[in-house]
Design a protein around this ligand. Sequence first.
Ligand SMILES: [Zn+2]
Length: 417
Amino acid sequence: MTGAPRRLAAPWVLPIEGPPIRDGAVLLDGGGRIAAVGAATALPTPPGVPAEFLPDAVILPGLINAHTHLELTGLDHQVLDADFPAWIRHIIALKAARTPADFLAAARQGLRDCWAAGVTTVADTGDSGAVIEALAEAGGSGIAYHEVFGPHPDQAEEAMAGAIRRLAELSRFTSARVRLGLSPHAPYSVSGPLYARVADHARKAGLPLAVHLAESEDESLLLEQGSGGFARAWEGRGIPLLPPPGRTPVAWLEEHGVLSARTLCIHLVRVGAADIEILRRGAVAVAHCPRSNVRHAKGSAPLAALLTAGLRVGVGTDSVASVAPLDLLAEARAARALGALGAEEALRLVTRDAARALGLEQEIGSLRPGNWGDLAVFRLPGRTGAGHLPEAVLSLGPDAVLLTCLAGREMYRRKRL
Ligand SMILES: [Zn+2]
């Protein structure tokens, strides 16, 4: 699904790769790709191609959310447990009460919310299959990582067989813009043997992986000491604890062959220097979720150290059950404060760098000819100089989005007040 050719112009175009363009324009071809980007006076206006000028606006690449759970859309403000294991149990109970039709409706609404916020690509984890279906039917863009659970080692074979069956069913929704991946959920919900099986299958099938990793103190206590909230829950369910000596969550996943350049590690809050060296060796990518981490991990990821190690980092919102509403530029501002970054660096974390983290930098994340015609147009508060433009854009929120295009198709346009 691609749009018709169109030409959009605005007082500012911020291509991310390359400097801001004053009085710029973007020309999209009939195949959903960017044909040209530059000063409006230098760009052709082909006959028959609709041209539009957006006053007081800036044209950006569509934003990329490196971590969502869109099947949980609608659960905001319903999950208030302070304790992380209790919060996880609450989410499981709320999900169990949803039907497949509920999940599909939630996924569709979640995608609409993304487009209304200028987000055109999502890296989404879930186990209902609803998000990949919603992406496919709407002509969306994203990676849907199918979640696999099974903390008891005896469940590994059955869980893997079930995951392979589900992947076969869901593969009918894949396309050039909609990809399938696997997400062995987290070290407190997946056994070592299951991690090894999933990693092996992903390697053979060429599928990307996403893992929630080193998020909470209870997760670290479970693996390192066999104590804490998750350890008590495992004992209550007859799940054997790991034999000592313990491992950090990162070291444990490396042992099971999970960490590679195709792996997206979500959160990474409780990681020390030795863990970061393992992550660097594995050349993993990172989905950094600063506001979710403050809520659940009661702390922050060592963003500056992860960037210094050369890891590919994108920023994600996590689900509305963690932080609502989803506001990716607010996450970029939080990342900026945490990592002592410049405004341009912070904007790259939700555009080009997020594309690199997902292995999609040849297609999206910047406005350059040949990339997909994914655009987010934001209203600027007033006259803005080139030097202040990244700062001004970073200060915006979803309410400033005027227009969102995906492969040249209009997915959202703000109604006139
Ligand atoms: Zn998550």
